[in-house]
Design a binder for this molecule. Structure first.
Ligand code: FSO
Ligand code: SF4
Length: 545
């Protein structure tokens, strides 16, 4: 195996024996092979699209498959074996249709023609098509940057899709980008241009998801979320899928079982539609990597709707349930039923047999500062900037992770001058959302827009401020970007920000291992991307002192 798609990759270079995330060698190899098979589908479906014979099911298959290979989503070998078989048969179905329509499907890329006689060939093939099969390190780096961006795009596309929102142009681009990553005629310059185009579609998919979420559940609004516990048994829901949450809240009504959020599900509390459920109790715990302790003390069942799952401990494995594209061997999976809904009754009955959660914290956190809410406060914000009460905004969005070096972000937040405001989104917020950093003329110093996809909100806010201040460049605003990343959704967020013209983004705690020195150089020269050093020096650098 060779995997270097996340920030925690072994030795900062690549996982080769077993993932730091817990992914086994078999699963890593099968994920590589699935991605390869999806590239074959992408090549065929682009042709089917031209002929007007592409089918809807291919869109969903692509986004499901890509999403399943994101860090901490699916660890189940059998899931991937099944998906690869389905991928090959879907690809052959599209090929047959193309042939019938008079399109030549011979002599295309190997991902289109490869045809194993049995499952046994999967592993040998996987060894030939992984990351290292591209010899040139810059081409490899760009191909992976694009592939990871497309994975992130698929995740956001998936969430919009399940709410009934989709955009064919996004699917079309995903196919084009995947096909480009196996096209040997493309140069490094071509791939740099394609990476930027990936950012454009990153903006589009985040805008689409924003529309899906806000049209379905209303605009997030300022909300206080309880972080303590109640006396009833509870179900803990984690991941990012708001539709799963909605169905769970509906089905738990009147059962005496409370529902708590964990990790990236926290921002669900900010949506008006979920406020009507009295048993939607609060948020339990912190970011994903602390789940091994927090799931233990929660006592009740846990529903994992998307990343970030970590291999469960025996102490709570029998209380863990997965759904959607998440999977782990030996953990019960809740499928979509024939009526298009999920039946959570088994989890609810399970909860009734459990003790209430053990309280690990008390108090509340405030969030809900997505674009609509912040723009309704625009006058106040603009006045505070004009009067000098707010000197600078710090976008500190992205992911949290296990590495000790991420303490930097807590220390940075604490050390920021009192006349600065943090704009956050994603699970990175847990490094500073309980610090009680106070407010500036009633504006809290930590404004949480929501999940990582709600980084889109932060971009909307920045563009609006640019307009209000009559600036011709978003980089002239008093906003600095000190972003933490972990997995591939952060890659699409980064590419989206670059596409929007944001410069001088600092990325940490380490730069991606998949950026070759030359590709990193391009990002530094063209966009001023940088890493982090230490809190004092970085604050001086950002504040321009
Ligand atoms: Fe965090 Fe995990 Fe949302 Fe990521 S929960 S690390 S960027 O998946 O997706 O922010
Ligand atoms: Fe390693 Fe990250 Fe890949 Fe897991 S996802 S195998 S930790 S690089």
């Amino acid at each position: 195996m060779f995997c270097y798609q996340c920030q925690e990759t072994a030795r900062g270079t690549g996982c080769t024996l077993r993932g730091v995330c817990g992914k086994t060698e078999d699963v890593a190899n099968l994920q590589d092979l699935l991605i390869y098979a999806l590239k074959g589908i992408a090549i065929c479906n682009a042709k089917a699209r031209e002929k007007g014979i592409a089918e809807e099911k291919t869109n969903k298959f692509l986004i499901d498959g890509l999403f399943a290979t994101i860090t901490n989503v699916n660890f189940d070998k059998n899931y991937f074996i099944k998906k690869i078989k389905e991928a090959l048969s879907l690809r052959d179905e599209i090929k047959a249709k193309l042939a019938k329509a008079g399109v030549n499907v011979e002599n295309l890329h190997d991902s289109v023609s490869w045809n194993p006689s049995s499952e046994k060939e999967f592993f040998a093939k996987a060894g030939q098509v992984g990351v290292l099969s591209t010899e040139d390190e810059d081409i490899r780096s760009l191909r992976q940057l694009i592939t990871y961006g497309v994975k992130g795009m698929a995740a956001y596309g998936y969430h919009a899709y399940v709410l009934g929102y989709k955009d064919e142009k996004i699917f079309e681009f995903m196919e084009k980008a995947l096909a480009a990553t196996v096209d040997d005629s493309l140069t490094a310059d071509d791939l740099v241009a394609l990476a930027m185009e990936t950012g454009k579609y990153g903006v589009d998919v985040m805008a689409l998801l924003d529309k899906a979420n806000t049209s379905t559940y209303g605009n997030p609004e300022i909300t206080k979320v309880d972080i303590g516990v109640r006396n009833n048994p509870g179900i803990l829901i984690s991941g990012h899928d708001l539709k799963d949450l909605e169905e769970l809240l509906e089905q738990t009504q009147g059962t005496g079982v409370d529902v708590y959020t964990h990790g990236e599900m926290l921002p669900a509390h900010y949506y008006p539609a979920f406020k009507k459920y009295p048993h939607f109790a609060g948020n339990y715990g912190n970011a994903w990597w602390q789940q091994d302790k927090e799931f233990e003390s929660f006592n009740g069942p846990i529903l994992m709707t998307t990343n970030c799952l970590i291999p469960p401990k025996d102490s709570y494995k029998d209380r863990l349930y997965t759904t959607g594209v998440v999977g782990f061997e030996g953990v019960k999976h809740i499928p979509v039923g024939p009526d298009g809904k999920k039946d959570f009754s088994e989890i609810i009955e399970h909860a009734k047999r459990c003790q209430p959660p053990v309280e690990i914290e008390k108090g509340e956190i405030v969030g809900g500062f997505a674009h609509n809410q912040v723009l309704s406060l625009a006058d106040k914000v603009v006045d505070a900037v004009k009067s000098g009460a707010i000197k600078r905004f710090f976008v500190m969005a992205g992911c949290d992770g296990r590495m000790k070096s991420r303490q930097y972000y807590t220390d940075f937040a604490k050390a920021l001058p009192k006349d600065t405001v943090i704009l956050t989104a994603g699970c990175a917020k847990y490094r500073y959302n309980k610090l009680n950093l106070g407010d500036i003329n009633g504006i809290p110093r930590v404004l949480d827009a929501g999940q990582c996809n709600d980084s889109y909100s932060l971009a909307v806010i920045a563009l609006k401020l640019k307009e209000v201040f009559g600036l011709d460049d978003v980089n002239k605003l008093p906003i600095s970007y000190n972003i933490a990343w972990y997995e591939q959704k952060a890659v699409i967020v980064l590419l989206a920000l670059l596409y929007l013209g944001v410069k001088n983004i600092h990325l940490g705690p380490t730069l991606p291992a998949f950026l070759s020195p030359n590709v990193a150089k391009v990002l530094v020269e063209k966009f001023g991307i940088g890493g982090i050093s230490n809190v004092d020096d970085d604050i001086k650098m950002f504040m321009g002192v």
